[in-house]
Design a binder for this molecule. Structure first.
Ligand code: AMP
Length: 216
């Protein structure tokens, strides 16, 4: 199964992708996670991407496509994949179509998690991420057991630069201008299904599963 998760930053794509990864035993491909790792390791890709990310801007399509091309060739993607945070522009979606056509494989589902802007700001501004393992918490909705420390590995929690309020506003604008048009693009291909991002993690997860299984 090849699935794309669409939706604004903070809609819960990453968490849901991890839950889907467990259920279907196919890898989550998060371009955001791959880029953050590259920044942490100060690789060429990381150095080229860092300033775009810190400003909440999109990393250029050419860098993203290079990264995706390499990632989807790996053997764990044979059975399928869950794309989270990719594609983010029409250009990326077109390039992905070309890559998949070449491999003679098709996308099965595009799921849009819908969430209004004020809820996005609330969720992202309170989000804290583990420096060590990337696990996410929320100061109000999912506080860690020990202040400032990750429940899973004890790593230090921090606020991502792009989760600070001015950058969130920028990321939302970028989403509306560049990523939201993808809903039309995938609707035309009859792949798009939309669900509400409100509710508990399990409620949203169950809605996703139902939607996938209904349109299988
Ligand atoms: P995310 O964790 O998915 O919100 O991604 C964090 C940041 O990484 C974004 O704000 C962008 O700067 C960059 N990024 C992640 N995925 C993409 C993509 N598909 N295209 C362009 N930039 C991306």
């Amino acid at each position: 199964m090849r699935l794309i998760l669409l939706g604004p930053p903070g809609a819960g794509k990453g968490t849901q992708a991890k839950m889907l990864q467990e259920k279907y035993s196919i890898p989550q491909i998060s371009t955001g996670d791959i880029l953050r790792q590259a920044v942490k390791n100060q690789t060429k890709l990381g150095k080229e991407s860092e300033s775009y990310m810190n400003q909440g801007k999109l990393v250029p399509d050419s860098l993203i496509m290079e990264l995706i091309n390499e990632r989807i060739q790996k053997p764990d993607c044979q059975k399928g994949m869950i794309m989270d945070g990719f594609p983010r522009t029409i250009e990326q979606a077109k390039e992905l179509d070309k890559l998949l056509n070449k491999k003679e494989i098709k996308l099965n589902h595009v799921l849009e998690i819908v969430l209004p802007e004020d809820e996005v700001v609330l969720r992202l501004s309170g989000r804290r991420t583990c420096k060590n393992c990337g696990n996410m918490f929320h100061i109000k909705f999912k506080p860690p057991k020990k202040d400032g420390l990750c429940d899973s590995c004890g790593g230090e929690l921090y606020q991502r630069k792009d989760d600070q309020e001015e950058t969130i506003i920028n990321r939302l604008k970028v989403y509306t201008d560049q990523t939201a048009p993808l809903t039309k693009y995938f609707k035309k291909q009859n792949l798009l299904r939309s669900i509400s991002g409100f509710g508990s993690l399990d409620e949203v997860f169950n809605k996703i599963i139902k939607t996938i299984e209904k349109s299988a």
